[in-house]
Design a protein around this ligand. Structure first.
Ligand code: FMN
Length: 197
């Protein structure tokens, strides 16, 4: 698919068929994350894939906010990919001889949390790759139970959850409608500022 067409087609999909994603398809989608750019080529993004029903159930148990619970009849996607930024990978990379002069051996010294930025870039590639495989995807944040979830999944200290990608084959009623979002997108001239804001 041509790049512009791919970008235009990318929309978050929130209703999925229950059927599983074949592992080889999932791996093709996730493989693109390897090609994401990263500060110092630190490649500090990791993905925990939950695609067994017990794992998915547990994900939603642990992250269920007591005051704002998920809907009781919530339909799940067959697969959830936890996008995790790996801060220690950056601190280690910037401690090496070719980078140490920048003084970025501590997370607090970084003006921008590039581990989160780079993880977001990798997520974007995954969202686009999903389209080519006829998969639907939605990225969402997790606000509750984060520490418990990461501990339970054995995520190393210093790594953090940026968000989750739900993946699955979309239900027919969510088929692509190019008109649906075009009007609500900000016009280019409102977001691009030549010379100064
Ligand atoms: C950082 C981030 C967090 C988001 N969190 C949620 C979420 O919690 N639930 C949800 O349904 N969509 C979530 N979205 C999807 C946005 O609602 C969606 O990208 C936006 O409405 C534009 O629609 P589109 O992506 O289909 O073009 C999130 C997107 C981003 C980038």
């Amino acid at each position: 698919m041509e790049f512009r067409e791919l970008v235009r087609r990318r929309r978050m999909v929130r209703q999925f068929q229950p059927g599983p994603i074949p592992r080889e398809v999932l791996l093709r989608v996730l493989e693109v994350a390897r090609h994401a750019p990263s500060a110092g080529f630190s490649q500090g993004f990791d993905f925990v894939v939950l695609d067994e029903s017990g794992q998915v159930k547990r994900l939603f148990e642990v992250t269920n906010h007591p005051e704002f619970p998920y809907e009781e009849d919530k339909e799940f996607a067959p697969c959830y990919v936890l996008a995790i930024s790996n801060t220690p990978a950056y601190l280690e990379r910037y401690s090496r001889p070719d980078k140490e002069r920048f003084g970025l051996q501590k997370a607090e010294a970084w003006p921008v949390a590039y581990w989160d930025v780079d993880t977001g870039m990798a997520v974007m590639l995954i969202l686009l790759a999903a389209i080519e495989e006829h998969l639907g995807a939605v990225f969402f944040g997790v606000n509750w139970g984060r520490a418990e979830l990461l501990a339970e999944l054995g995520v190393p200290k210093g790594c953090d959850l940026v968000g989750v990608i739900a993946l699955g084959y979309p239900q027919d009623k969510e088929e692509f409608d190019p008109a649906r979002f075009t009007a609500r997108r900000r016009p280019l001239e409102s977001m691009v500022h030549f010379g100064r804001w």
